[in-house]
Design a protein around this ligand. Structure first.
Ligand SMILES: Cc1ncc(C[n+]2csc(CCOP(=O)(O)OP(=O)(O)O)c2C)c(N)n1
Ligand SMILES: [Mg+2]
Length: 584
């Protein structure tokens, strides 16, 4: 799209571009190939120019979903997700998605149109100060009022979104800046910056090695930083070399294969009982790329009271924020682990590991998939069957609620970037659009959305997007007729007063068919496997409506603010008695 004009005898070339063209050129230069968005008046010039650029646009049905799709795309691929919206309501609809990405360190670039610069500040039609609104939920944002500044602003956006701890960035571009034509030079393609490789403090490294050598009961706490830094191999090697068991945060799942004998499972509020007990009994915690979220620690004053703590983390502001630590290793996790691996001896912790196996023996939640169905269909059955049939290798995006916790307990993730879930903000409505974004990122992969009947209804309009874009994902609606996680809190802490938690649903199979998609209703355990196989076989997006037990709860549960080992357990004996049998 270059325009060349002759200028005088020197034949100097002018490259004239509109600001709108520069937006897309900048995205192409930063290797974006797909954007998720919704048009409107203030972004019209950009949408007009879009037709001339090699970028796929996915028209969402609500801008919140554009941000979630871009987020799912980023989490599945490690690349930057791009969302586009108009000014005013288009921009404000992005806010929940941006906040979701911020709290889970997901790299997004959001581009919004803004009213013309001559009316800024006049409460013009669809004018809103989106830069002001998104200050606390972006790593960086700015208003651009001149076409001359667009290219640099977008290059900065990609650099900031991906450097250090990743996160969302927003660039708000006035309509006149998009319309203006300017003479601009060619800019070089931008290559992603290499990971920050500041050397780890040698003294801290020495102290960490001493603690590691002295420890008798160590536990690794693996968080999302393992995925962000790509430290999978280093983590396995370190765990094996030091025979240290690995507990996962919700967002760390996938960073260490579920089938690895040293993988303990998930920690925290709905973590496995033996994992929380091991943490409380440990004499050394090695926190790798995690931030001691309150869902992970329970009461921080009673957290791992016997343990020295080593915190390896890229973001220095996380050090000593919640849990005071003995040693901080600030820097890229993969690089840190490599330096530790150079020096750490082979250590044998078999006594500690067999102690944890004993804890596991009488404290497991892992069995309910073995229970005779007796006419009941439990969410755990459904999720375990999906896991079994997909062999733990599908990408699963979840929504937020009980089904999210059951997914984390019963779907055993073998590969990195295969669980996509909103951990920090806990955003209902995230799962389905994030699954679509993941499918766009990795079209060769099998993608499932495991969602609740409440959360799915928040963004189910994206079924139309799936149909229009002919993108295939499988949606498992864990339909319990309740806002289940809130109902569970009401059952435990509000004397079963179910205020505003019973929720009705449309007939999802009819809803799917109304969109030209496929839908099936499942009421019995025996119907689960055929339905899952059917979903995998057909080419369209499929909605599986699993009518599960309505008043089932997620166990164990650490009540908010309690110590990590003060867990509420499933009453035994009961239909859902616990046992440690794990069929793998
Ligand atoms: C946008 C948003 N609103 C409210 C909540 C509070 N909340 C957390 S879990 C939950 C219930 C979710 O119900 P459903 O989607 O049916 O999933 P279930 O817990 O039944 O599996 C609610 C309302 C939230 N996390 N996000
Ligand atoms: Mg529900």
């Amino acid at each position: 799209m270059a325009f060349f004009f002759e200028r005088g005898a020197g034949m100097e070339e002018l490259m004239i571009r509109t600001g709108a063209q520069l937006i897309w050129e900048s995205l192409v230069r930063n290797h974006a190939t797909i954007v998720f968005g919704y048009p409107g008046g203030a972004i019209l010039p950009a949408y007009d120019a879009l037709l001339d650029y090699p970028i796929r646009h996915v028209l969402v049905r609500h801008e919140q979903s554009a941000a979630h799709m871009a987020d799912g795309y980023a989490r599945a691929s490690g690349r930057v997700g791009v969302a586009v919206a108009t000014s005013g309501p288009g921009a404000t609809n992005l806010v929940t998605g941006i906040a979701t990405a911020m709290l889970d360190s997901s790299p997004l670039v959001c581009i919004t149109g803004q009213v013309g610069s001559h009316v800024l500040g006049s409460d013009a039609f669809q004018e809103i100060d989106i830069v002001g609104i998104t200050i606390p939920i972006t790593k960086y944002n700015r208003l651009v009022t001149r076409a001359e500044d667009i290219s640099a602003a977008i290059d900065d956006a990609f650099r900031v979104a991906t450097s250090g701890r990743p996160g969302p960035v927003l660039i708000d571009i006035t309509k006149d800046a998009q319309q203006a034509s300017i003479d601009c030079g060619e800019r070089e393609p931008v290559n992603p910056a290499p990971p920050a490789s500041a050397p780890i403090d040698a003294d801290a490294l020495e102290r960490a090695l001493t603690l590691i050598r002295q420890a008798e009961r160590p536990v690794i706490l693996a968080g999302r930083g393992v995925l962000l830094s790509g430290a999978y191999d280093q983590l396995s090697e370190f765990a094996e070399q030091t025979s240290t068991p690995v507990a996962m945060t919700l967002l760390g799942i996938g960073g260490f294969a579920a089938s690895h004998p040293l993988n303990l499972g998930m920690m925290g509020m709905h973590g496995e009982a033996w994992v929380n007990q091991a943490i409380q009994q440990a004499d050394l915690l090695l926190a790798f790329g995690m931030r001691f979220d309150d869902r992970v620690t329970g009461d921080p004053r009673r957290y791992a009271p016997l343990a020295r703590k080593i915190h390896a983390e890229l973001d220095r502001t996380e050090i000593n924020k919640i849990i005071p630590v003995d040693v901080a290793l600030v820097g890229d996790l993969a690089a840190t682990l490599e330096q530790l691996l150079d020096r750490v001896p082979a250590i044998d912790h078999s006594k500690w590991l067999s102690h944890i196996r004993e804890l596991k023996g009488d404290a497991s939640v892992k069995d309910i998939q073995h229970m005779p169905d007796g006419g009941h269909l439990y969410a755990a059955h459904v999720i375990h069957d999906i896991y079994r049939i997909t062999q733990g290798c599908a990408i699963v995006a979840t929504d937020v609620g009980q089904h999210q916790m059951w997914e984390a307990q019963y779907y055993r993730h073998e590969t990195p970037r295969s669980l996509i879930t909103s951990g920090g903000l806990g955003t209902m409505g995230f799962g389905f659009p994030a699954a679509l974004g993941a499918k766009f990122a990795r079209p060769e992969s099998e993608v499932w959305a495991i969602v609740g009947d409440g959360g799915f209804q928040m963004t189910q309009a994206e079924l139309a997007t799936a149909a229009q874009e002919r993108v295939k994902v499988n949606i498992a609606v864990i339909n319990n007729g309740y806002l289940g996680m809130v109902r569970q809190w009401q059952e435990f802490f509000y004397r079963r007063r179910y205020s505003a938690t019973p929720i009705s649903s449309p007939d999802y199979s009819l809803l799917a068919r109304a969109h030209g998609l496929k839908g099936v209703r499942i009421d019995k355990r025996s119907e689960v496997e055929p339905a899952v196989r059917y979903a995998r076989d057909v080419k369209e997006t499929v909605v599986l409506d699993f009518r599960v037990e309505q008043e089932d709860s997620v166990f164990p549960m650490v009540p908010a603010g309690a110590a990590l080992d003060a867990m509420i357990r499933r009453e035994t004996p009961s239909v859902l008695a616990e046992s440690a049998l794990d069929p793998g």
